[in-house]
Write a protein that binds this ligand. Structure first.
Ligand SMILES: C[S@@+](CC[C@H](N)C(=O)[O-])C[C@H]1O[C@@H](n2cnc3c(N)ncnc32)[C@H](O)[C@@H]1O
Length: 371
């Protein structure tokens, strides 16, 4: 299989590095994600172990689709009975770029209809559609009139790890938090703090990574487990992959990760999320200035309020810049949607990258220590 793990814009190189580290074959960066090769269990392993991928797609067919008829015929070349029966539920979604068929909703509908028609012709009954929680999730990409039809292995997006029930007013996606940690250059051993932790996503993802815990460990089920072709042999192979992840989680090592916030409600939800994730994070209630310094060079990775979803106090930027000056021995990585903050810091970052927090355009700024 040639899989495609999808990544948020500008995070493709981070995902490529991660997949190489995880030992996947044929890892190659592309726009919107990273290709890799392997048998089906390699796709499942990616769902279980990638911290950065948003979805893992298995392309089943690729063909020219300038018209609705060509799209339907291309979809019909796949044997869909391998993946679903009339008892399964189904959903299709599409993205379209530079193509004659421009309406993604219509493209998804045509693809769904062609699958349903095949099932009805071969099995005498049709599967129903479930947009919220389908057994089989089909993804269609139409670019320059060329269609790629893929299955989404995970079903629900991979950022839904299962530990965060309460995200608070402005949570980061877990996949974005893991991306910031990797792009900050953190070695998983140096002490790390998020002094503006909100629901604790950055600190929890750091603790999971440092401990070598599979990010998908708490997910009850992935989409592929519900497919028709996931029989006893596949289930046994999948159980073995999960058992290996459990064994690694049990062997977790010591590390120092601190999460602070001045808001008691935020801290309570961060504590509950960390408990559910099964990680040890030290919590600190108070303004960022009161966070104790590390006894050796460490990392501060954080996502300050942007003044959009959360208001910023009048002198926040000046105080935060002063705090970072005091922590001159630490590497600092900030995801900020507010250019006023970087202007106030008045230091040249070693890395500045445009990233997206949902639809908010942000900058990841990484400041090296000053010796
Ligand atoms: C953008 S949110 C962080 C969201 C977080 N990354 C998450 O995934 O939930 C910023 C956080 O900074 C906190 N905050 C604002 N001013 C603060 C201060 N002076 N000291 C400590 N925390 C502060 C807010 O309470 C809020 O939880």
């Amino acid at each position: 299989m040639n899989f495609f793990a999808t990544a948020a814009k500008n995070t493709e190189p981070a995902l490529r590095d991660e997949l190489r580290e995880l030992g996947f074959e044929g890892v190659r960066c592309d726009r919107g994600g990273v290709h890799f090769r392997g048998d089906w269990p390699e796709g499942w392993r990616c769902c279980l172990w990638s911290r950065i991928a948003m979805a893992v797609l298995a392309p089943l067919a690729e063909f020219e689709a300038p018209t609705p008829e060509a799209l339907g015929e291309g979809v019909a070349t796949v044997d869909w009975t391998a993946f679903l029966t009339p008892k399964h539920t189904l959903a299709a979604r599409a993205v379209c770029r530079s193509s004659r068929l421009t309406h993604s909703g219509y493209v998804a509908l045509r693809v769904k209809d062609a699958i349903v028609d095949q099932l009805r012709a071969r099995c005498g009954a049709r599967p129903s559609v479930n947009r919220d929680d389908p057994d089989v999730s089909v993804f269609v990409r139409l670019a320059n009139d060329r269609a790629t039809i893929a299955l989404d292995l995970a079903g629900a997006p991979l950022h839904r790890r299962g530990y965060r029930l309460d995200g608070g007013p402005a949570p980061l996606k877990e996949t974005l938090a893991a991306t910031l940690l990797r792009m900050s250059g953190w070695d998983r051993r140096a002490p790390l703090a998020d002094p503006l932790c909100g629901s604790g996503t950055i600190a929890i993802e750091a603790a999971l990574w440092a401990a070598g815990v599979a990010p998908g460990r708490l997910r009850e089920r992935f989409g592929f487990e519900r497919w028709a072709c996931h029989g006893e042999a596949e289930a046994a192979r999948w159980r073995a992959l999960r058992a290996e992840a459990e064994a690694r989680a049990a062997a977790a090592t010591e590390f120092e990760i601190v999460a602070g916030d001045r808001d008691s409600d935020a801290l309570r939800s961060a504590e509950a999320n960390a408990r559910r994730a099964g990680v040890r994070v030290r919590f600190h209630r108070g303004s960022f200035e009161t966070l104790p310094a590390f006894d050796r060079p460490g990392f501060i990775v954080t996502n300050p309020p942007y003044d959009r979803r959360l208001a910023v106090e009048g002198d926040f930027h000046e105080r935060f810049a002063a705090f970072l000056n005091e922590r001159a021995g630490d590497t600092v990585a900030l995801l900020t949607g507010n250019p006023a903050l970087s202007r106030t810091i008045r230091r040249k970052p070693a890395l500045a990258r445009t990233l997206f927090n949902g639809d908010l355009e942000c900058r990841l700024l990484v400041y090296p220590p000053r010796h």
